[in-house]
Design a protein around this ligand. Structure first.
Ligand SMILES: O=C(O)CCC(=O)C(=O)O
Ligand SMILES: [Fe+2]
Length: 304
């Protein structure tokens, strides 16, 4: 096992602190010269050719090539300025833990061993009272109607530490289909690239439980599991805007067929986000592992 460095990074993960200390050269974002890039428009839910948000003409005056893209829901101005300020003040009154790639975090959730697929309550007691307003507001978002938060994580990205997050798929053994992010303090971008690591991230577990949503975001009533897409070689790079105070829900194909990352170059000023995760249906009532999820679900109702 790699030992974490003083900054919190380990293995191939680096930040400005350990790069300077150990003379590590960071790997640049790999861009295949034939690979196209597209920006997701939160108004028409389509991809338009470009890299930066400013590259695409503002909706509805788009020009050029576009393709449909399912599995991304963005609610602009999900929070108002007062709510954002209130949350930031309270988040910053809690101690931050250092994390990898220059991030800092505050985690509220059960203890998960993704390798051994073991779930424990640990010292999880629920979520901080000040953050209840966010989960209350999920009830106004139709695709989050039955979303039960099991993990809430505050993440801080500061350009001083060259913060970023490497490409990954959130674990599929324990974390359900909808990955929710609430963006605070700065605009940023989530970069999606096709996932070629099919044996990673416990992706095989996805066959064991039904999809929560159809690929267009309606409730999936057929009980069928997510169907993975083949032939990803021709897929582009997709750039998803994460405007300040917006809510992002990633589900379906972007959740499972693509890896997501936040590039260092897309953190130009301090950004904080709240990341929310739900259980897979296996750990929810009626699921084969509900006995393991039950106590955690009880705790997750608490705001302290
Ligand atoms: O910072 C973000 O918006 C993404 C965070 C993320 O992907 C994660 O915590 O798994
Ligand atoms: Fe993630």
């Amino acid at each position: 096992m790699d030992k974490p460095r003083e900054c919190g990074c380990k293995g191939c993960r680096t930040c400005l602190v350990c790069e300077k200390l150990y003379g590590i050269i960071p790997k640049p974002f790999f861009f295949n010269s034939t690979q196209k890039s597209y920006v997701f428009c939160p108004y028409c839910n389509k991809l338009w050719k470009g890299w930066n948000l400013g590259d695409i003409q503002k909706h509805p005056y788009h020009i050029g090539e576009h393709i449909p893209f399912n599995g991304i829901y963005i609610k602009l101005d999900f929070l108002n300025k007062e709510e954002e300020e209130f949350l930031l003040e309270n988040i910053d009154s809690v101690a931050w833990d250092s994390s990898q790639s220059g991030r800092r975090k505050q985690n509220y959730g059960p203890k998960c061993n993704f390798k051994k697929r073991k779930l424990q309550l640990g010292n999880f007691k629920g979520f901080p009272k000040f953050s209840q307003l966010v989960q209350d507001k999920f009830r106004n978002i139709p695709i989050l109607e039955d979303f039960r938060t099991i993990e809430q994580c505050s993440l801080e990205y500061d350009p001083i530490r060259g913060a970023s997050i490497d490409p990954h798929v959130d674990d599929c053994w324990i974390w359900g289909e909808r990955i929710v992010t609430v963006n605070l303090l700065a605009d940023s971008i989530l970069t999606l690239t096709p996932n070629f690591k099919n044996e990673h991230y416990n992706l095989h577990c996805v066959h064991n439980y039904p999809s929560v949503l159809t690929n267009t975001g309606e409730k999936n009533t057929s009980g069928s599991s997510f169907k993975f897409s083949e032939d990803r070689n021709s897929w582009p790079v997709v750039r998803i805007p994460m405007p300040r105070r917006s809510l992002l829900v990633m589900f379906g194909s972007p959740r499972y067929d693509w890896e997501h990352q936040v590039l260092r170059e897309d953190i130009t000023s301090r950004r904080v986000c709240l990341a929310y995760r739900e259980f897979t249906p296996s750990y929810l009532p009626g699921g084969s592992h509900y006995s393991e999820g039950r106590k955690i679900m009880e705790m997750a109702k608490n705001f302290f």
